[in-house]
Design a protein around this ligand. Structure first.
Ligand code: HEC
Ligand code: HEC
Ligand code: HEC
Ligand code: HEC
Ligand code: HEC
Length: 403
């Protein structure tokens, strides 16, 4: 038996897809001439999408394997790389590979370690992921399929928003998906994706489309908020001998999220008022997608504490905007393993809602906070997340109101 399997394995070779030339492998190859862009990108979650740099992603992969013993870790890593690391040199795992890994035959394990840990992969969703995208073939019914929704161009060509860019290091070409407010490039990974039980685990682009269809408004795209409005700057700090860098209208590569920006307070309004015996907090979502959107265990938290005139705390109440995911046994689980959704309290795109809190007898003032968690406390504990980046609560505003 063993000999037969070995025979099969000899036919399989790793690296059939493209390896990335060291000239384009990481942002370090670009930063000398694209200093500002490179340092902004480094603050973004895109630079942390590899499991070696992301405790939550890593623990999720491990948790999936403990819950589904028929899966092996490398197999899940390859599947998730479709969006998390689309420059993976081997985008599918064959039956033979799986047998090889399970039985530890030949070099299969070592080969996969190599494939999953290249310098480019560890660098995350980097310059050579987005700027090498030549064509986008997104079938919205199938949802985002990362590397399977695009065609990469030849490696020395950087696609971008300009039709007249000249670089001494690489070729340049304009592509429509970089121009104006076009959201297609983001949709390659952020449109929607279902788990194997048919539940939608990410739906940002779909939420966005739904809002625009229902309200018949013009497309605003993603870049104004998550990069920046176009402003005067330079695309490259490189200057030809005797010249100076060319001034351009550019955007910031920050891919603003809760941890590297004030995006939450910039686009979500939180106000309060008192209505007979209730303390009301109104939340207005000015984004075209749900809040929280994206990864299914994010939480937006409203916490109200009531005090009397001796500053004694009389009560505390919370409202949480989030989704609760359940497995077949009814236990809380991660989105990628869920069989059903037990509760969904997210707020729709551009919607506004009042949250009512009961005022205890004798309260003279209230303090409320508006905050965010990247993963709920319970689920973080359950899957064994230890990095404080994911454990802490990000507080965006704290307000005191006399009652
Ligand atoms: C997630 C996708 C993504 C990644 C990753 C990314 N870019 Fe961009 N980049 C864009 C988009 C979208 C634009 C077009 C912005 C606009 O509308 O002007 C752009 C524009 C540019 C431009 C033209 C200047 C400008 O602001 O329009 C340069 C140069 C550039 N990127 C270089 C880089 C480099 C270098 C890196 C890596 C450090 C990088 N990009 C990473 C999506 C990306
Ligand atoms: C030796 C300097 C240099 C290096 C290194 C360099 N670039 Fe550029 N790049 C430029 C210059 C110069 C331009 C043109 C700027 C302009 O026209 O305003 C440019 C333009 C671009 C554009 C815009 C293309 C368009 O048509 O809109 C992108 C995207 C880009 N570079 C990506 C990269 C990436 C990714 C890397 C690293 C793999 C990189 N560059 C490395 C100098 C460099
Ligand atoms: C190749 C797939 C891919 C493309 C293309 C892409 N993203 Fe992402 N994006 C991801 C993944 C995966 C993450 C999560 C990374 C992590 O946290 O490990 C992410 C994270 C983000 C985040 C941070 C969310 C957070 O966790 O805080 C923002 C914001 C974002 N992307 C916006 C954009 C925008 C805007 C575009 C289009 C210009 C874009 N992305 C294009 C895959 C992609
Ligand atoms: C009007 C500004 C605005 C626009 C336009 C917008 N977003 Fe957002 N986005 C936000 C805000 C504010 C948040 C933080 C609240 C949340 O997590 O939902 C956010 C959150 C996100 C997150 C999750 C961040 C996290 O920390 O988990 C992703 C991913 C994202 N947006 C992608 C997109 C994409 C893709 C588009 C375009 C289709 C888009 N956004 C359009 C404002 C905007
Ligand atoms: C269709 C594209 C796609 C696939 C396939 C995919 N992801 Fe994601 N993933 C994303 C995007 C986009 C985000 C960013 C959303 C956000 O931050 O709110 C993300 C974010 C995450 C996060 C949150 C990371 C952080 O830094 O907070 C985890 C955990 C995660 N994914 C796990 C997985 C696992 C496990 C798999 C494979 C079973 C997987 N993903 C497959 C697109 C994908």
């Amino acid at each position: 038996m063993k000999r037969i399997i070995l025979g099969m394995l000899a036919l399989v070779s790793i690296g059939s897809a493209e390896d990335i030339n060291t000239k384009w492998a990481t942002n370090e190859n670009c930063q000398a001439c694209h200093q500002n862009i490179s340092s902004k990108w480094e603050t973004s979650r895109h630079s942390n999408s590899h499991f070696s740099k992301n405790d939550l992603f890593k623990k999720s992969l491990e948790y999936m394997v403990t819950k589904k013993p028929t899966m092996i870790l490398e197999e899940v890593k390859v599947a998730c790389a479709e969006c998390h690391n689309p420059r993976i040199a081997k985008s599918e795992m064959s039956k033979e590979d799986k047998v090889g890994l399970l039985m530890d035959i030949g070099d299969t394990k070592e080969n996969f370690k190599g494939v999953l840990n290249t310098k480019t992969m560890q660098n995350g969703i980097n310059c050579i992921v987005c700027h090498n995208v030549d064509e986008i073939h997104l079938d919205k019914n199938k949802g985002s399929r990362g590397l399977n929704s695009i065609k990469f161009g030849s490696q020395g060509t950087m696609f971008g928003p300009f039709d007249d860019a000249v670089s001494p290091y690489h070729k340049t070409e304009q592509r429509a998906h970089f121009v104006g407010d076009n959201p297609q490039l983001c949709f390659v990974c952020h449109y929607s994706s279902k788990n194997e039980n048919g539940l939608e685990v990410y739906g940002t682009g779909k939420e966005y489309d739904m809002f625009h269809e229902e309200n018949n408004v013009t497309e605003e795209g993603c870049k104004n908020c998550h990069m920046s409005p176009k402003r005067k700057g330079v695309a490259s700090n490189f200057a030809p001998a005797g010249g100076s860098p060319k001034e351009r209208m550019v955007r910031e590569h920050r891919f603003a999220s809760v941890d590297n920006s004030n995006i939450l307070s910039d686009y979500i309004d939180v106000k309060s008022h008192v209505d007979t015996q209730k303390f009301i907090i109104n939340v207005k979502n000015n984004t075209p997608h749900k809040i929280p959107t994206g990864y299914g265990l994010r939480e937006i938290i409203l916490t109200v504490k009531f005090f009397n005139n001796e500053d004694k705390e009389l009560g505390k109440e919370q409202q949480i905007l989030a989704v609760k995911w359940k497995d077949a046994a009814g236990e809380e689980t991660i989105p990628h393993l869920a069989k059903s959704i037990a509760r969904d309290t997210r707020l729709d795109g551009k919607a506004s809602k009042d949250y009512a809190f009961t005022i205890p007898q004798g309260a003279t003032y209230a303090k409320y906070t508006f905050s965010y968690r990247l993963i709920s406390e319970d689920m973080a504990k359950k899957i064994g997340v230890t990095d404080n980046f994911f454990l802490k609560e990000y507080t965006f505003s704290e307000t005191r109101v006399n009652l």
